[in-house]
Every structure is written in C-alpha cells, then in structure tokens.
Design a binder for this molecule. Sequence first.
Ligand SMILES: O=C(O)CCC(=O)C(=O)O
Length: 253
Amino acid sequence: MSYPQANAEQIAFFREHGYLVVRNAIPQADLDELEKYCDELIAQKHELANDWAWDAKESRENRSFRIVQSTPTLVWKDIAAARYRQWLAVFAGSLMDLDMEFWYDQFLGKPPGNSAPTFWHQDEGYWGRNLADRGITGWIPLQAVDTVNGCMHFIDGGHKLGVLPHHLVEGMQSDLLTCEVDETFDVPCPMARGDVAFHHSKTPHMSGANDGPAWRKAVTNHLQAVGTGGSGDHYSWRVKVNQRTGERTAVGM
Ligand SMILES: O=C(O)CCC(=O)C(=O)O
C-alpha cells in the first residue's frame, strides 16, 4: 500500500472546515512499529513522560498519569526516516499551500479507567503568535477511536475565528489550557486504525476521557511552515511546567 496524495476535494474540505480525516492513510505495519515504541513510553512513563492532566491534589512522585505525554523520538532513534513522517510533511503542505516541515511530535496515551479530557483548545494558544496560520497537526490514533475512548472533536470552521482567549484548567498542575467554544459546531470524528486527522493550528479541538476498556494511544505530529522557527511571542495565559522539578514559569505577554 502506498501513502495517498491530497486530492482537490480534500484540500477544499480542509480549507473550508479547518480539519480533515484521511481514511486508510498509514499501513498497519508502519503503525505496529510506531506503537511498539509508544508502549515503551508507557512502560517507562515515570522516567520518560509528563502527566498532561497532573491533578493539583497529587504530589509529583505520585502523579497518576491521566494523560501520558511523551514523544516516540526519545526511544526511536531513526524515527525521522519513517515513511509516515515524510508523508505527513508532503500532505500537510498541500493542505496549507505552504512548504511545511515536521516540527515535533507527542505521544498522548489515556489509560482505561482513570483519564481526563483534553479540553477544547487551539494549538496556537500554546504556540504563540509566531505560528499564526503557519501550523498544522496530523493526529494518528493507534487503535480505533470513538466518543467512548477519546476520539478527536473539531469546531467546524473554527480556524476562521482568530485566537480565542485561553486559560489554565482548574485543578491541574500541568500546563493544560482551554478555551470556550460554541459546541453547536462540534464535530466528533470516530476513526479507524490507519486513518489520520489533520487540523489547522487555529482550529479548536478536544478529545474526551477514555471510558473504554483499553489504552487510547495516539501520536500527534506538529508541522510548521519552513522558516517559522518554532513557538514564541506567547499569549498571556501561557505557562510552562517542568515536571522533573515542578517549576512553573509564565512565558506569555
Ligand atoms: O490526543 C489528544 O487527546 C489531543 C490531541 C491534541 O490536542 C492535538 O493533537 O493537538
């Protein structure tokens, strides 16, 4: 199976709606390889991961890891050569009509039984003004996802709304942000293993807690327009939390 090219209909859909689900994009064998490395991150989460939903009532040593946040790049030294990574940049470039480069990835694992939603947010709310209309994310679930185990939801056309005010999520010690959205435009996106969801850096999105019987595992890949130089010129609400030391730093202006 070869990786697909973006067709005119997909490009038009993305530009109108701010998101796109590409069905059957990644071969199962390539996902198996990626998932093997993600399982290593789960097994070593105390050393290699943050808890993106670190409960304010828990000490750093006793974080319950309701969202395991790490990156397969830590354990897969040749990941940059993986076929899916090359494909993401090409496909994203067609959607954005910009020369796009891979920027960074995150493994986001939600355990069964004790997880948390990834609340509504826009990626630019985290990344700052540097990324204005210059970012896109390709979200790769490692199993089928639906509204029970934490699929993605997007606000239809929400990339046209500008950057919404964000704030920290109450009761969390992590840097998790959220914003208010008009849920009339909420589109839940169930996906099969092999599908990939793209969203524009201004598209509000969320995923629910995992109420299924098994881990919900996903690798989210962030891409930026060539020459952007990463995040910066942050919004006032942005803080960074070092989960090794517990130190919190306000970086926004
Ligand atoms: O996997 C999730 O729960 C959320 C992912 C997300 O917010 C993102 O990919 O930007």
